[in-house]
Design a protein around this ligand. Structure first.
Ligand SMILES: NC(=O)c1ccc[n+]([C@@H]2O[C@H](COP(=O)([O-])OP(=O)(O)OC[C@H]3O[C@@H](n4cnc5c(N)ncnc54)[C@H](O)[C@@H]3O)[C@@H](O)[C@H]2O)c1
Length: 345
């Protein structure tokens, strides 16, 4: 079957990782790239042997492009998604889908109206520890889930704010509230909120939160905590930071009435009843396969599924509606902290 041909829009840090993932698939290929910065587009185009554009209109007119991957600063997600959807291109939208729920809804609607597929590569869902924990949870090993603990407390270097982690391009949007929409919680921790939703299916009912910018010369938060009450009664705490000196030993946990899982490598699992080879009332270790080059493995998996969905008209992996779940938790968290109130979702 014909490979799905992708144009990558925005040739910065994540674009290179997406291309690496796509290169590992059998059913997908990067056929074009686009960046307003000519040098960045040229560099990426040469490295990936693809057509080079400097405007979205050029990509939209290209009949050899089936789908676009929007790898742009967050404030540009909506206008570019709408333009591409209108041109009949399927849309892979980097996370977060948008910076407001209204914009997310507009993107979802525009793709539906245009009859194109939309997905958001929250690829951490495919981490082997997440898949393994999901499997154990679905077997009912934990009983009724009562508590989620999501921790992403890191320390970002000063250079991150203009050059990301990989120093591939220089941009100014990460530090700007208007352009990024938020800091560590939106930018990074939304990945973890997403995969906890994927593992448990739990949706938040109300949130309270606190956030601030303590040690970084940026407009967005560098530390935030959200307290969540989920539908059905479970509670959760989400902690996120980009400024913690010495970092943190982050451990994500899920606890139920009959057990607990720590998302470590290998997994640590405690159960109150002996089951599936796990001993009761002690911590068990549960190994899982570790893929080569995890960052490109996760993206390979996503693009294999997305291209298959386009080729065979199947449901996409991680739809716009699913990606909206994590966005809503984060944005309502900002609202709760700003208003000093508990906010319903
Ligand atoms: N999935 C992940 O793990 C992951 C990791 C990093 C970033 N991201 C996401 O990817 C997106 C891009 O992040 P990044 O780190 O690659 O950013 P970046 O700053 O490294 O790159 C952004 C690129 O967009 C270009 N650009 C700016 N305005 C443009 C316009 N109007 N038209 C076309 N190109 C334009 C810039 O020149 C730059 O090359 C964001 O949504 C970010 O949150 C995801």
């Amino acid at each position: 079957m014909k490979k799905i041909r992708y144009a990558i829009i925005g040739c910065g840090e994540i674009a290179y990782w997406q291309a690496k993932g796509i290169a590992r698939t059998e059913n997908s290929v990067v056929t074009a790239c686009m960046d307003v910065n000519k040098d960045y587009a040229d560099k990426f185009g040469k490295a990936n042997n693809c057509k080079i554009y400097n405007d979205v209109a050029g990509v939209c007119k290209d009949p050899e492009v089936d789908a676009v991957i929007v790898c742009l600063p967050h404030f540009l997600h909506k206008p570019v998604a709408l333009e591409c959807a209108k041109a009949g291109k399927h849309v892979v939208m980097e996370k977060p889908i948008a910076t407001t729920l209204a914009d997310a809804d507009e993107i979802i609607k525009a793709c539906k109206d245009a009859g194109v597929k939309l997905a958001v590569p929250y690829v951490n869902r495919y981490r082997p520890e997440v898949e393994k924990a999901k499997e154990l949870i679905e077997k009912g090993l934990l009983g009724r889930i009562v508590y989620l603990h999501i921790q992403d407390m890191t320390l970002k270097p000063e250079s991150y704010w203009t050059m990301g982690w990989d120093n591939v391009v220089t941009t100014d949007w990460r530090a700007s509230k208007a352009k990024a929409g938020g800091g560590a919680m939106l930018m990074n921790c939304s990945h973890y909120i997403d995969f906890f939703y994927y593992m448990t299916g739990l949706k938040a009912e109300r949130v309270s939160a606190e956030y601030d910018t303590y040690a970084t010369k940026v407009e967005v938060e560098d530390l935030m905590t959200i307290l969540i009450r989920f539908k059905g009664g479970a509670t959760g705490v989400v902690q996120s930071s980009s400024m913690l000196p010495g970092r943190f030993e982050n451990v994500h946990r899920i606890a139920g009435t009959e057990g607990q899982i720590m998302l470590t490598n290998p997994l640590k699992v405690f159960v109150t009843k002996e089951r599936d080879g796990l001993k009761a009332n002690e911590w068990n270790t549960v190994p899982f396969d570790n893929p080569d080059d995890p960052a490109s493995y996760l993206r390979k998996k996503f693009f294999e599924l997305f291209s298959d969905a386009v080729q065979n008209n199947k449901p996409v992996p991680i739809s716009g509606e699913e990606a909206r779940v994590a966005l809503e938790v984060v944005l309502k968290g900002y609202e709760a902290a700003d208003k000093r109130q508990v906010v319903a979702l």
